[in-house]
Design a protein around this ligand. Structure first.
Ligand SMILES: Nc1ncnc2c1ncn2[C@@H]1O[C@H](COP(=O)(O)OP(=O)(O)O)[C@@H](O)[C@H]1O
Ligand SMILES: [Mg+2]
Length: 720
């Protein structure tokens, strides 16, 4: 069937996967995103010391040849700060030296593609479908490695990126990328500094990120002093400090930071060096009281490991599942070799030595700052009663200090030094793991966000890596937890090699002022290669991981076969998945088959139980790009098992063509396209696969094959 050679007829020009300017970073429309960006008043302004400090520090920490801070406007990637080889691209303007590039040429543009904020990591651009033909890769300065953390604003808008780049392939661990994410969060605080907080809090269009962000540290970062210290030196040299920190510490703004050491600026008579080394050695967050040498003021200080994911706003930025983690040496080594060919990879030597110090004047900051924020929000609420976004936002406030008896750490020191919790935590926001899971599993960096839940990397007591999906039911009706629980119960009972295994689950609840919050915790097997969409974008399904390269029939067929088998099993359990998309198909490395990974169907969040072939009334709908016409009926759609078959046809098109279906169209345009009979056009070289998949995308439900027939059909196809 599929031809191995020759560029596909439909591949886009200019070496781009698709027109990334059609994406706007999730739930925000591009217009609103641009308006938010412009309201910062940062575009076309001179360089600023603080941002330059951040980029030059990151270049040092990651040991890369370049680092930059970019804002993405409608036409350009505009550089607020740049270091290293970017100097070659400087031009003179009214506001001084300037660097910018066309938006489509900027790698940063891809930060706007995923629906939910995710760090963009290109370990080797010459082997990445998105960038292998990018002008900065094929031409000077021939970039190779790139990692860009999105600059996620307080309402979830993505302004741009904070990046490190290099000319050889590089690999870092998930925890190390947390450092970049944390700096991106700090940069956003600085960018948004002049935006009144009250406006942010009363905004009714508060989106997902804002609703779920727990304001623990992000608000503090803007109002409190933050610095970073290097703990390898006993005096703790300062590596970075914001203006507030310098003010509190009594350091003149233009002083060279290199001359300053934390323990010259502050003193602490209560904590012994042993207590410090115990706390820092464990990588735990801790608090202490210090006295400022210059002002004699007593201050309260919170210490966070630089790689902790607790500085970022509610862990809003995900780190893709294929990035190796320090908690999983054995298999990360394997992922390593596969992704980057094992060449020229060099780890940051010891990221754990960098700690953020967040300082507040005497009042313990967790209470003080939040009270202040709360009163602001109450004021805002008066004029804006009971708006959903606001109420939920308030649910995120912590009015009491989180109990410090975290399962991961004991209390160290007495009074002056207390541990909060590890960077690997047992908490989701303010809520501890339920007793059934506590002590069994630890949570690490965010792996991904979906419509209902957030999935975190996790590790079991026996060091087995897992994913912990946390579904926060506060946004849904009272029965949400019951519905969700039912779905989990049947997903837990499903045992098939092509269905993501649920290992354990539990519920917990907490209360905000207004209502009960139910949280569902699902422990699943970890799919270490991430989801099918990102694998496709990286070029994993192509013969060669370049944009011009055709689909690799062996890989595509293996993935489709895996999914079809998983779905055949799911349907045999009388379950309709109802949200089968590339984001809900996860890949696990597996050396036993013809290709080095296995695809598994995940996310039963919208799954429905259906006896026989009875149609169900459409309820929560899945993803519009993958939705069959019968579900789109404005007079009440009907859900039947064959809806999953249609979705499979769309998914297969995406896997084969290496890009998203209906990209650039909004939901209304997609619905119109489908009603007009404009289904995805298959490339001619897809042969028999196209014939079978076109059957899956039949307008008549009865014309769609069952998954058992799809499996049979795929089996009968010969892969050259
Ligand atoms: N078991 C897992 N292993 C690795 N990544 C996962 C796992 N489960 C979820 N993820 C990541 O989290 C994202 C959201 O999870 P999902 O189960 O789809 O949640 P939702 O119901 O909110 O859509 C996924 O797209 C994926 O990137
Ligand atoms: Mg999902």
């Amino acid at each position: 069937m599929c031809k191995q050679q020759g560029a596909r007829a439909d591949h886009p020009g200019n070496g781009t996967l698709y027109d990334t300017s059609k994406f706007c970073g999730g739930l925000w429309g591009e217009e609103k995103r641009i308006a938010a960006l412009e309201s910062l008043g940062m575009l076309d302004t001179p360089r600023e010391q603080l941002f330059d400090q951040v980029t030059s520090l990151l270049m040092k920490i990651f040991d890369t040849q370049c680092s930059h801070l970019v804002l993405i406007d409608p036409n350009r990637c505009w550089f607020k700060s740049w270091q290293g080889r970017w100097k070659e691209f400087e031009t003179d303007t009214d506001h001084g030296r300037n660097v910018e590039c066309a938006r489509e040429d900027g790698w940063c543009n891809y930060i706007l593609v995923p629906d939910f904020a995710e760090i963009l990591i290109i370990e080797d651009a010459t082997k990445d479908a998105r960038l292998a033909l990018n002008p900065f890769v094929v031409g000077p300065p021939h970039f190779c490695f790139y990692a860009g953390a999105p600059l996620v604003g307080s309402r979830g808008e993505r302004y741009g990126t904070l990046c490190v780049a290099d000319f050889q392939p590089r690999t870092f661990q998930a925890e190390q990328y947390s450092l970049l994410i944390n700096y991106a969060a700090l940069v956003v605080e600085e960018l948004e500094r002049d935006k009144p907080t009250v406006d942010l809090l009363s905004e009714t269009s508060a989106n997902y990120v804002e609703r779920s962000r727990h304001l623990d540290l992000s608000i503090q970062a803007s109002e409190q002093g933050v610095c970073m210290v290097d703990l390898r030196d006993a005096l703790w040299p300062l590596m970075f400090a914001n203006d507030k920190f310098l003010e509190v510490a009594g350091v003149p703004r233009d002083d060279d930071l290199k001359q300053h050491f934390f323990w010259h600026l502050f003193s602490n008579s209560k904590t012994t060096p042993l207590e410090f080394s115990l706390a820092t050695g464990l990588g735990d967050t801790f608090e202490m009281d210090v006295r400022c040498q210059k002002t004699d003021k007593d201050l309260h200080v919170q210490m966070l490991p630089g790689t902790s994911d607790r500085l970022a706003p509610s862990k809003a930025t995900a780190i893709p599942g294929w990035v190796p983690s320090q908690e999983s040496e054995a298999f990360s080594q394997d992922v390593h070799t596969r992704i980057s060919g094992g060449k020229g990879t060099e780890m940051v030597r010891d990221c754990k030595c960098f700690w953020f110090v967040i300082i507040s004047e005497t009042v313990p900051l967790t209470v003080g700052t939040l009270k202040a924020a709360e009163s602001k929000s109450e004021k805002a609420e008066k004029g804006d009663k009971e708006k959903d976004g606001d109420e939920i936002l308030k649910g995120g406030y912590r009015t009491e200090r989180r109990p410090s008896n975290s399962t991961t750490t004991g209390s160290i020191g007495s009074g002056s030094l207390s541990t909060l919790s590890s960077s690997w935590t047992s908490f989701y926001g303010d809520y501890p793991l339920p007793p059934k899971l506590s002590g069994k599993v630890e949570m690490g960096p965010l792996l991904g966000t979906g419509s209902f839940g957030k999935a975190y990397r996790g590790v079991m007591k026996d060091h087995k890596p897992v994913a912990v999906k946390v579904v926060d039911c506060r946004r849904r009706d009272d029965n949400a937890i019951k519905d969700q629980l039912r779905e989990v119960q049947f997903s837990a009972s499903m045992d098939h090699e092509n269905v993501v295994k649920t290992l354990d689950y539990a519920t917990s609840s907490g209360t905000t002022k207004k209502r009960q919050i139910d949280i569902l915790w699902i422990v699943q097997e970890l799919c270490d290669m991430g989801d099918l969409v990102s694998a496709t974008e990286r070029g994993v399904l192509r013969v060669d991981r370049k944009i011009t390269s055709p689909a690799d029939p062996k890989t595509v067929m293996s993935v489709l076969m895996d999914i079809a088998r998983g779905m055949e099993f799911i349907h045999s359990c009388n379950v309709i998945h109802s949200d089968l998309t590339g984001r809900n198909v996860l890949l696990c490395s597996d050396s036993s088959g013809a290709v080095p990974f296995r695809a598994k169907v995940a996310d039963f969040g919208l799954a429905r139980y259906s006896i026989g072939c009875k149609a169900l009334p459409a309820k929560d709908l899945g993803t519009v790009t993958h939705m069959p016409p019968e579900l789109m009926d404005p007079n009440g759609g009907e859900l039947v098992g064959q809806a999953d078959v249609w979705a499979f046809g769309v998914l297969a098109w995406e896997a084969y063509h290496g890009k998203r279906c209906y990209q650039g169209k909004n939901p209304a345009q997609i619905v119109i396209s489908i009603f007009r009979g404009n289904t995805p056009q298959w490339s001619e070289d897809a042969g028999e696969l196209a014939v079978l998949m076109k059957k899956c995308i039949s307008y008549e439900v009865k014309d769609r094959p069952a998954f058992s027939e799809v499996v049979q059909g795929l089996q009968n196809m010969k892969v050259e």
